[in-house]
Design a protein around this ligand. Structure first.
Ligand SMILES: *Cc1c(COP(=O)(O)O)cnc(C)c1O
Length: 356
């Protein structure tokens, strides 16, 4: 029960629409309640009159939206007596599972693709004490192995095929409508396994049961990992945006339903376009997200310019994870000062005047 004004996490706040009871022990680290930030400088670059908001999910406790689903999945796993959870992950799910398992006092097993996980995410899973199993394969191989092993061992799967993950993640849609005071015209997000677009659509349709109001849902994929554009699963997904390096989306049918029912679409971006959008958000708005997250903004800017998204629209983009998750990719895009200068006033003054 809420005491005073203290925020006790999203299950506590949204318990009326979540599958918990008054006696459920909530496994929470204060997730959710992330800011909806209006972009001030980027929209003008399109030459069109639009309002773009970003839901900065990188400000969740472990730095991604996965915490919304994980608080629910781990809360229910503990309630059902589970002593261990397991997931396959491109990184953020493992970081989140590891943290919530630590909080709950249970064990987390995480399967990650060897060498293809961003440094920050690996650091998190390690620090939180997860059992990390690197596999010589990609996320899709890991996911199949997790499903198979869960039939033979007493472990609860906390990937987004766990329905409680979707329940927790739908709360982002509730927060957006509360913050905006209305339903946005468009909601755009990067798509990997497609659990998040499914969860948002669930939240919006629950809220719109009476009014019928809902946004148009738009999903953006990386060109090298775009099964929704191909119309079928793919075997060798490849992209710099490792969080969406997925060829066999687990929420395939649900995501198609969200697209069709909302009147939305899927599209793809090259790695170059994704990185350019990440840099643009950092440089023009002071918002640092990871590459996968920037696919939403990169895609939206293109669809505003080409008129697919009309003037006057209110658009929300989900920034799924924090930029600090993947320092290597960030640094590799930036020109670092080539050489050190003398530690003297003259040298530093000259360096500054040179840039003004
Ligand atoms: C998990 C993740 C995604 C993809 O979400 P899905 O639910 O798998 O579609 C996108 N961006 C980031 C940063 C993620 O961690």
């Amino acid at each position: 029960m809420a005491t005073g004004n203290r925020y006790l996490g999203l299950i506590d706040k949204f318990r009326a629409v979540l599958p918990v009871s008054d006696s459920t022990r909530l496994i929470s680290i204060g997730e959710g309640n992330t800011p909806l930030i209006k972009l001030e400088n980027i929209p003008a670059l399109t030459g069109k009159n639009v309002d773009i908001y970003v839901k900065y999910e990188g400000l969740n406790p472990t730095g991604s939206f996965k915490d919304r689903g994980m608080t629910m999945a781990v809360t229910k796993a503990v309630e059902e007596g589970s002593k261990a959870i397991i997931c396959a992950s491109t990184g953020n799910t493992s970081a989140s599972a590891a943290a919530y398992a630590a909080r709950a006092g249970i064990k987390a097993f995480v399967l990650i693709p060897e060498g293809k996980i961003a440094l920050g995410k690996l650091a998190q899973a390690m620090m939180h004490g997860a059992e990390i199993i690197q596999i010589k394969g990609n996320f899709d191989h890991g996911m199949q192995l997790v499903k198979d092993v869960a039939e033979h061992a007493p472990v609860t799967i906390v990937n987004s095929i766990n329905p409680y993950r979707i329940q927790g993640q739908k709360t982002a849609a509730y927060e957006i409508v509360e913050a905006l005071g209305k339903v946005p015209d468009y909601h755009c997000l990067p798509v990997g396994n497609a659990g998040n677009i499914t969860a948002h659509w669930l939240g919006y349709t629950e809220m719109g049961k009476i009014s019928g109001d809902h946004p148009i849902m738009v999903g953006y994929q990386a060109a090298g990992a775009a099964p929704f554009l191909k119309g079928e699963m793919i075997d060798d997904p490849e992209t710099v945006a490792t969080a969406i390096r997925i060829g066999r989306p687990q929420s395939w049918d649900q995501a198609w339903a969200a697209q069709k029912e909302s009147g939305g679409w899927f599209d793809l971006l090259s790695d170059e376009e994704i990185l350019a959008a990440q840099k643009l958000l950092s440089e023009k708005e002071g918002i640092f997200c990871e590459p996968a997250s920037a696919a939403s903004v990169g895609g939206v800017l293109r669809d505003i310019k080409n008129g697919k998204i009309p003037e006057g629209s209110t658009i929300v983009c989900t920034l799924t994870g924090h930029g600090l998750k993947d320092p290597d990719t960030a640094i590799s895009q930036c020109a670092v000062n080539p050489q050190a200068i003398d530690a003297s006033l003259d040298a530093v003054k000259a360096a500054i005047l040179d840039k003004l």
